[in-house]
Design a protein. Structure first.
Length: 550
């Protein structure tokens, strides 16, 4: 029972915008027909043949790979694309002193695809488009496709690439000015890029929107479009079935009675999980991650000024011990959450053992959960004592409370691929991509949630810490947060290019988590009635085959 003698704040969270909606997606409605499976395989082989037969040294090959990636079907052809990009890069390196390609669109596209495949291509390839005064040539302002391609390439920049920083302001200025004068198809591409470039966007969102754009491009390939739409349709049915199963699990937890202080965000938590792993082979990973993000959300709302500090101290200790024997030492109203946590770890260990994967990997997840729960208690302590810490102290703690590291370690554990102990140790102790991904998420969250959090007396945020420490305005604090986010993206890009001893499979979840927060415009997770609701509808509700949607 909750201690009724304690005055607790009212969270006033809106009820779930989804409710029991996904219970309507029964196994019968989400079944994929044998005809659809057969057609998908036939189309896939045709696309594979296109990839293999198109020469690597051609512009057509670059465009084909880019289109396949944008349409969200590149996961079917990872080996073919990897081999092609390797050949393209090798040929460029051998002949770069004789490279006379003056097509900005092609040069920028090649640069982006090669860097995305973790090969370092120097930004000097763009020097040929620069005047003696260091500015981009004025003739380029008429090349819409070239500017658009350069703009997309810029977002894979690393530190100290002055030419790409110059390119950013150049492309944004001219793309914005020319956008209203373009035809519908090109205007849609420019608007979408300026809203969210490919590299920092969620791949499934890119795919869903690009299918619609690609259909209206005159030179589109009908086979490729049909394959992308069918593949999206099949994955969507799979995701709908999983949402049905998870909604039943959520209802069985009796949320409204056992966690009345917490947000009802099961569908949004699943959206988070699918942004990390969307493919058909990752069903278990999505289920486990969804449950973890549910636990994170409820715990966040518990520590966020609802429970008292004296209640949180024993609960924090209980989570660190992760042992049912301490159940009687915590407040009765948090016991259901603690039981969910214990069940979560038990289920993870059981499934890993069943699949012949080392169950002791769960040890790494528990280590990260211990760090995470202690960081929450530190925030509660600051709030209790009215402390607004220095920026660096705040970031050290807040990049743990954002839970990225814990989610990333869990991703590696449950993805079903062999991960060595050394890789876990690298991710925990040496990785650059994990902490900067956490920083991006924390700073973006602090920007979009600042006013809302202050209304609820949430306590410290980076914005408040910066304003106090540097006697800065709110706008100056926002600008500093955005500057640090931009630098963090450069760090991620650098780790991708240089941490070549670590597979992309290990690094990709951190990139996807950063993309996820980067696309949010407001506090969309808490108030998911606008942008996030529309995005979830696009991915999990609207049929790709309807006239209005694809």
């Amino acid at each position: 029972m909750v201690d009724t003698t304690i005055t607790r704040p009212l969270a006033n969270y809106h009820s779930s915008v989804w409710g029991d909606y996904f219970l309507s997606y029964t196994p019968q409605l989400t079944e994929i027909s044998s005809q659809e499976k057969l057609e998908l395989e036939e189309l896939k082989e045709k696309v594979r043949q296109m990839l293999v037969e198109t020469p690597d040294n051609s512009t057509q090959k670059l465009v084909l790979i880019d289109t396949i990636q944008r349409l969200g079907v590149a996961y079917h052809f990872e080996n073919e694309i990897k081999t092609s990009i390797q050949n393209i890069f090798d040929e460029f390196e051998q002949n770069k002193n004789e490279d006379n390609n003056d097509d900005l669109c092609v040069v920028a596209l090649r640069f982006r695809l090669v860097r995305r495949q973790r090969h370092y291509m120097s930004s000097d390839v763009f020097k040929k488009f620069i005047n003696d005064d260091g500015k981009f040539k004025e003739t380029l302002t008429k090349d819409v496709q070239g500017l658009l391609s350069l703009y997309e390439a810029i977002h894979l920049r690393v530190h100290r690439e002055k030419i790409l920083e110059e390119a950013l302001s150049f492309t944004v200025t001219h793309l914005k000015s020319m956008s209203p004068k373009l035809d519908n198809s090109l205007e849609a591409q420019v608007s979408e890029a300026l809203f969210q470039p490919i590299h920092t966007n969620v791949p499934r969102v890119v795919a869903r929107k690009y299918i619609r754009i690609y259909k209206n491009i005159e030179s589109h390939d009908d086979f490729l479009l049909k394959f992308a739409k069918l593949d999206f349709h099949i994955l969507q049915k799979m995701h709908q079935r999983e949402l049905n199963e998870l909604t039943r699990w959520w209802k069985d937890l009796d949320h409204s009675n056992k966690y009345p202080y917490a947000r009802d965000k099961l569908v949004e938590c699943y959206f988070w999980a699918t942004r990390v792993y969307f493919g058909p082979q990752y069903k278990r990973a999505r289920r486990t991650l969804t449950k973890l993000i549910v636990i994170i959300t409820i715990t966040d709302d518990l520590y966020d000024a609802y429970a008292t500090y004296d209640e949180l101290v024993p609960y924090t200790d209980a989570v660190e011990r992760c042992d049912i024997s301490v159940m009687d030492l915590i407040s009765s109203y948090v016991r259901p959450l603690y039981q969910v946590l214990l069940d979560y770890f038990d289920e993870m260990e059981e499934e890993l053992t069943k699949d012949g994967i080392k169950a002791h990997y769960v040890y790494y997840a528990k280590i990260e959960m211990n760090k995470w729960i202690k960081s929450y208690l530190k925030e509660a302590e600051w709030l209790k004592d009215g402390i607004i810490p220095k920026c660096e102290e705040y970031k050290r703690n807040a990049t743990i409370t954002v839970s990225n590291q814990m989610i990333l370690i869990t991703c590696l554990i449950v993805a079903g691929e062999f991960i060595s102990n050394e890789t876990f140790e690298w991710m925990i102790n040496e990785s650059l991509v994990a902490p900067v991904s956490s920083l991006i998420n924390r700073l973006k969250d602090d920007i979009i949630g600042h006013d809302h959090e202050q209304q609820r007396e949430h306590g410290a945020s980076f914005i408040e810490c910066y304003m106090k420490e540097y006697r800065a305005s709110k706008q100056e604090a926002y600008a500093e947060a955005r500057r640090q986010i931009a630098n963090a993206w450069k760090d991620i890009n650098s780790d991708y290019l240089h941490a070549t001893q670590i597979s992309a499979f290990v690094l990709e979840p951190a990139l996807n988590l950063s993309r996820l927060v980067d696309i949010l415009q407001e506090d969309d997770f808490t108030d998911s009635q606008n942008f996030l609701k529309d995005t979830i509808t696009l991915l999990f509700v609207d049929s790709i085959n309807s006239t209005s949607c694809g």
